[in-house]
Design a protein around this ligand. Structure first.
Ligand code: ATP
Ligand code: PAF
Ligand code: BAL
Length: 288
């Protein structure tokens, strides 16, 4: 069945007031792919009613980023939502979401200025501000986000805890192409040779994961080796960062770290900004 499409606050409020039982929200920027669809299926398992937001949020794009050329595929997105049994799609315009330049925004603190936040200054403030607005407008019981955007997920969990927002945040695993490339709306920008170079991101993460028994330094070393080859390739990978961090704070873990960590990588291939990560578990007993 085709979902109900709400384009304004008033339309969303009307459909929200008719929801009985639990509601799950999946926030997206559209151009839906199998990764998004896995979130929709997870939402379906979590709640009686599923809402999806489709909004390319200008506030989280910096100058020189791809806001204007970001893929917008609304008709296909609605078909995907219908196929996954989505009940409600909220698809506002920027003018609806931001009738004026917002004066009050969410400050992501120091955590918003490291790793991806250092590469994209202002990104996490813009992202958290729109997520807070979407949560307030939709009032879901649960909201589902992909682990592919691991720092985003950690920041959203932090915001919900720090501001006592009444919603449960669920993270869902990264969906990949058979050759390892993490699905991303931005993959469609890649030419054939660029895609070959881009594969180094997931290859580096796998190499790192394979070294987990030898500890954090071995993981960093194994991943760096793969990335160095891609930096020398044509077209080259322009590495933004490779970090091995605490999943909750995104600060680097020590060489004797025990417990969960995230190996996260990002870089430019041509003009395309790609990110990826893998969750890891270090155990002291497995250190040689
Ligand atoms: N491969 C994936 N597997 C699982 N979830 C994903 C995947 N890609 C994106 N998501 C999640 O889907 C939600 C919407 O993300 P978004 O619309 O930005 O898609 P995207 O493909 O990540 O686009 P972009 O290229 O801008 O990073 C986010 O919670 C994101 O983490
Ligand atoms: C969470 C989100 C929809 C906010 O614009 C966006 O950052 C995304 O698609 O991951
Ligand atoms: N997938 C996170 C949204 C962004 O890149 O702006």
């Amino acid at each position: 069945m085709t979902p109900v499409i709400a384009k304004t606050r008033e339309e969303l409020a009307a459909v929200r007031s008719g929801v009985r039982g639990t509601l799950a929200l999946v926030p997206t920027m559209g151009a839906l792919h199998e990764g998004h669809r896995s979130l929709l299926r997870r939402a379906r398992r979590e709640a009686g009613t599923v809402a999806v937001s489709i909004f390319v949020n200008p506030l989280q794009f910096g100058p020189g980023e791809d806001l204007d050329r970001y893929p917008r595929t609304f008709a296909a997105d609605i078909e995907a939502c219908a196929a996954e049994g989505v009940d409600i799609v909220f698809a506002p315009t920027p003018e609806i979401m931001y009738p004026g330049e917002p004066v009050v925004t969410i400050d992501p603190g120091a955590m918003g200025r490291i790793v991806e936040g250092e590469t994209r200054p202002g990104h996490f403030a813009g992202m958290l501000t729109v997520v807070a607005k979407l949560l307030n407008l939709t009032r879901p019981d649960v909201a589902i986000f992909g682990e592919k955007d691991a720092q985003q997920l950690a920041m959203i969990r932090r915001m919900v805890a720090d501001l006592d927002l009444p919603v449960e945040i669920i993270g869902a695993p990264t969906v990949r192409e058979p050759d390892g490339l993490a699905l991303s709306s931005r993959n469609r920008y890649l030419g054939e040779d660029e895609r070959t170079t881009a594969l180094a991101l997931s290859r580096a993460l796998r190499a790192g994961a394979d070294a987990v028994a030898d500890g954090p330094d071995a993981v960093r070393h194994a991943a760096r080796k793969v990335l160095a080859e891609a930096e020398a390739a044509a077209p080259p990978l322009e590495l933004d960062y490779l970090v091995l961090v605490d999943p909750a704070t995104f600060t680097e873990v020590a060489g004797d770290h025990d417990g969960p960590a995230v190996l996260a990588v990002a870089g430019l291939v041509g003009a395309t900004h790609l990110i990826d990560n893998v969750p890891l578990e270090f155990g002291k007993e497995s250190l040689r």
